[in-house]
Structures are given as C-alpha cells and as structure tokens.
Design a protein around this ligand. Structure first.
Ligand code: NAP
Length: 512
C-alpha cells in the first residue's frame, strides 16, 4: 500500500511506499531569503501536519518582522538589477521554471497531498495548472509593449512605457498552495518585479518547493523570497508588508475578511492592492437542463478539493419540475463516485479538510441547516476516517435563512434549494455580495442568453459558466477521466493577463 509519510532526512524528502529518493530537496528548518536557505533569527520553527493522519511532516522557520524586513530589503536590492534584465532573459528564466516544475511534477504533487490533503490526481492537476502560469508568462514577458499616443503638440512625441512597479508582497492560501503562488510570481517576474511570498501556515512546503525551483533555475538572489510563519506571527507580517513603503504592491488570495484588513493596512502607503477573495457560487439547474450533464457538473464543481475551492458550488438551486429527479440522480452519483480517504490512496476522490476548524465550520453549517428545516439525504457528520474528514453530505429543502445561503461552506456539502421561476432563481443567486463564479444548466437558448447576462457572479469576478463546471484547472483523476485534456480556460488566462497588466506595471508618459 502506498503511504504518504514523508521521512525527513537532513536535506532530502523520501517518499516511503515508493522506496525511491527524489532528487528534489528542501532543506529542513530553513526558508529562502536572498538566494539562501536560512533559519528564523530566533531559530523558532512550527510544525506542518499531514491533515489526513495528523503526522508532523516538517518543521519550518517561524519568521516574523525581522525576516520580513530582511526579505523586503533583499527584494529591493535585487529589483535594481532584475528590472533591467531584458525581456528575453526574463522569459528564459520563467521557461526554465516551467520546465523544472514539470520535471518534478510527481514530487510536487506529493508535497501538496501531504500538507494539504488533496487527492493525488487533483494535486497533479494543480501542478500542471501552476506550471502553465510559468509557461504563459514566459511568453508574455516578451510582449510588454507600450503605446504611442498622438500628441496634441507639434514638437512632442508621447510614448507610454511599462515599468515594473517594484517589490510585490504575495500572500497566498492553502487550498492551491502551488498554483496561487505561481500565477502571482510568474506575472510579477515577467513584469520585472521582485517578490516576497508569505504562504499559508498549513502549506509552506509547496512555497519552499517553488523557491527550490527558482534556485535551480538560477533566478538571481533576492528576486524570490519566502517568509514562512505560524498563524500567530502572520498578522504582523501581513501588516508589515502592507505598511512597508518599499513594497509597491500587494497581491492576495484568501478570505474576504483578511482581504479587507490588508486593504486597510495598505492605505497608509497608498499601495496597489489586488484581492481575490472568497466565493459563494450558485449552481442553477433549470427545467430544460440535461439532468445527467447537470449532475456531472455539480459533482465536479461541488466536490473538487473536498469542496475547498473559491469557485466551488455553495448552493444548488433546482427548478421545481426536475427537483426530485435531480436530487435522486445526485445522491446516486455521490454514492457511486465519491470515495473518502487519504489523498495518497488510489481512487480516493474526497480527502480530509485542511484542519479541525474547517471541519467545525462545515459541521456548524449542516447543523444550522438541519435545525432550520433542511432534510439530510446523505452524510451529515464527521467521517469515520478521522477527525479532519467529513462525510459527503446532501441536504435538500435549503432555505434563505440558513448559513449555507450566505457564507462559504468550504466542505463536501451539496445543499439543494427548490425554486419555481427564473426571476426567483436570479434573486436567490444574486443575493450574495461575493459571487466569484456562477454556474447554470439550461438547454433553452433564450434563457441561456438572459441568465448569463443577469447572473451577477460578476459582482466579484465575472465568471459565469453555462452548461459546464470547470473554469481553470487540469483535473487528472480516475473519476474525472473525461476532464483529462481540458486546457486552462481562456477566461482565466485573460483575467490573469488583466491582473498582470494592472498590478505589476506602472505606466509613464515621455514627452520629447
Ligand atoms: P485566509 O485565512 O484569508 O488566509 C489566506 C492567507 O492569508 C494565508 O497565507 C494566511 O496565513 C494569510 N493571512 C491570514 N490572516 C492574515 C493577516 N491578518 N494578515 C496577513 N495575512 C493573513 O484564507 P484561507 O482560509 O487560508 O483560504 C481560503 C479562502 O481563500 C476562501 O475564502 C477562498 O474562497 C479564498 N480563495 C480565493 C481564491 C480566488 O481566486 N478568489 C482562490 C483560492 C482561495 P496563515 O495561514 O498563516 O493564517
């Protein structure tokens, strides 16, 4: 049987079960600042756990303000030369990062599964997805064009030139511990920025693995720095990054509450801040929908990463004419396709949640719904696999006053609500301020046009999916066989391109 226990040697990870050493290595107890592997100044570390079994898999430096300042200083110094590296050379560095990530993809996927619990096939999908940002931006790095604008003066030319904004502070969540970093770092480096990454407490190893790739790719010292920390030091590091005048931009992905806080902190230095925050995606199935397609879509959009993605379906709205049939089909699919267990085990599709507090939140949402009249069709409690596992749960008779309707559940809970008319569905779907994404299934072409226009997933990020379920990731898994070759969605790429252009560049006008 395969095991995801990672034995720690001084400078090596060995994956037991494969009885094979990977050439890939991350120094134990060190983080990466100014091109060197260093301990926290006070030598403090914090443990990283495997959420599937509670085992400690590594001890990582518990950095604070001192190391943050050091990392920012290193990034400032590196900026002086990195910003003048030619576009062609920057492209070559990013291409090397892409190639190295693909070469080490198996190991990197195991790291994600070990620290984040994600089923291995999904982790492999994330590594491909994460690598695609290095690839994309290696190509974009060479196309940082400016503009020539007609001048109102006879004797002047007006040129708009793009320059890197400076040092980027990058704060990322645990649910995509590789891809959330690569999509920010690749864009920043392509633009000529240097960066300081603060990864989540639960998943720092994936960030350090990216630093290791940068080291191997010979990215100059100081261009990429990682400040790891336990949750108790995180707020002071975040504040420091936001308030430090030498940090030009903050790029954050995570919860809405932390995003708001960072925006507040950044006001004092009037920074550019880009925030990708929490979601609350509606999934609407109209009477005209192809029910089996809609069920297949709900399975992916709801249960990917055990329900822990920002674009995961949160509430499923089903029209009354097909309500019973949809619930019966969904229940059947959940029973047949979902297998709960350690992400490393073959065939597992639902891994553990990231930690106990995530389980508590899911439990609270289910209990609240049941207490207010929802009916439990499947699951509903902590899974016998262990304290971080939650049973895939199906609830029906969801009502507007239940927590699931207003908050992101972030767990394997499919909650279904009945609606009668399209107007009612739109009201229910648009009731949240944080849409992020919205899904709907319909075979009525007029309805497709109307709903795609009226669905306000775009309140937050403008991602509306019609008769489809996957926006931005490769999923390579047995139960997701059919998804194997889906490329990164263009909407996602365009969004990232936009973020790249807005956040990592400044523009100036030259008059001559
Ligand atoms: P989180 O608590 O906001 O944490 C995200 C990151 O912010 C982590 O690195 C965390 O570090 C750090 N952080 C926490 N408090 C901070 C503070 N006071 N100052 C500076 N940094 C701070 O979110 P999460 O629970 O890890 O992630 C899940 C959330 O991310 C969900 O809401 C999900 O929807 C959202 N998300 C959004 C997207 C998107 O593209 N929009 C993508 C993925 C996830 P510690 O871990 O050390 O606390």
């Amino acid at each position: 049987m395969l095991s995801n226990n990672i034995l720690k040697c001084r400078f090596k990870y060995i994956l037991v079960g494969y009885y094979r050493k990977y050439s890939f290595s991350i120094p134990e107890g060190k983080t990466y600042i100014n091109g060197k592997w260093v301990a926290a100044k006070n030598e403090k570390t914090f443990p990283v756990f495997n959420p599937a079994n509670g085992n400690t898999i590594a001890n990582i430096p518990d950095c604070g303000i001192v190391e943050t300042n050091e990392a920012v200083e290193a990034a400032c110094i590196a900026l002086k030369t990195w910003k003048d590296v030619t576009a062609k050379e920057r492209a070559a560095f990013l291409r090397r990062m892409f190639e190295l990530q693909m070469k080490s993809s198996e190991t990197l996927a195991h790291i994600i599964t070990s620290e984040g619990g994600k089923p291995l096939a999904e982790s492999a999908g994330e590594i491909n997805y994460g690598a695609s940002f290095f690839e994309w931006f290696s190509e974009e790095a060479r196309r940082i064009y400016g503009d020539i604008v007609p001048s109102p003066f006879k004797n002047k030319q007006m040129l708009f030139v793009r320059e890197p904004v400076g040092v980027a502070g990058i704060i990322t969540p645990w649910n995509f511990p590789n891809a959330m970093i690569t999509r920010k770092v690749a864009a920043a480096l392509a633009a000529g920025c240097t960066c300081v990454i603060k990864p989540a407490e639960d998943t720092p190893l994936s960030a350090l693995a990216i630093a290791q790739l940068a080291d191997e790719a010979k990215v100059p010292p100081g261009v990429i720095n990682v400040v790891t920390s336990s949750r108790s030091n995180t707020p002071s590091i975040g504040k420091r990054l936001c308030e430090n005048p030498n940090v030009a931009t903050i790029s954050f992905t995570g919860s809405t509450s932390v995003g708001k806080l960072l925006l507040k902190h950044s006001a004092s230095t009037v920074k550019k801040v880009s925030l990708e925050l929490g979601g609350n995606a509606p999934f609407i199935v109209f009477n005209s929908a192809n029910i089996s397609k809609a069920v297949a879509g709900a399975m992916v959009s709801k249960f990917r990463n055990s329900g822990q993605t920002c674009v995961c379906t949160n509430k499923i709205l089903v029209q009354e004419g097909i309500y019973e049939e949809f619930i019966a089909e969904l229940a059947k699919a959940m029973q047949i396709q979902l297998k709960v267990g350690e992400g490393i085990q073959p065939g597992v599709t639902v891994g553990p949640l990231i930690n106990e507090s995530a389980v508590k939140k899911v439990e609270r949402h289910v209990q609240d719904a049941v207490g207010k009249g929802a009916e439990l069709v499947l699951g509903g409690k902590v899974h016998s696999q262990g304290k971080n596992f939650f049973e895939p749960t199906l609830l029906r008779n969801l009502k507007k006053n239940m927590l699931i309707c207003g908050e992101e559940t972030f767990g394997p809970v499919a909650a279904v609500m009945k609606f009668s008319s399209e107007v009612e569905a739109m009201e229910l779907a648009n009731a949240s301020r944080s849409g992020l994404a919205g899904y709907f299934y319909s075979e009525d072409i007029s309805q497709i046009w109307r709903v795609s226009k009226n669905l306000e997933g775009e309140k937050d990020l403008a991602m509306v999916l019609m008769n489809t379920h996957t926006l931005s990731i490769f999923v390579l898994g047995d139960w997701n066989e059919f998804l194997k070759s889906i490329p990164v969605h263009w909407a996602s790429i365009l969004y990232w391109r936009m973020a790249f252009e807005i956040n990592f560049h400044k523009f100036y006008v030259e008059c001559s």
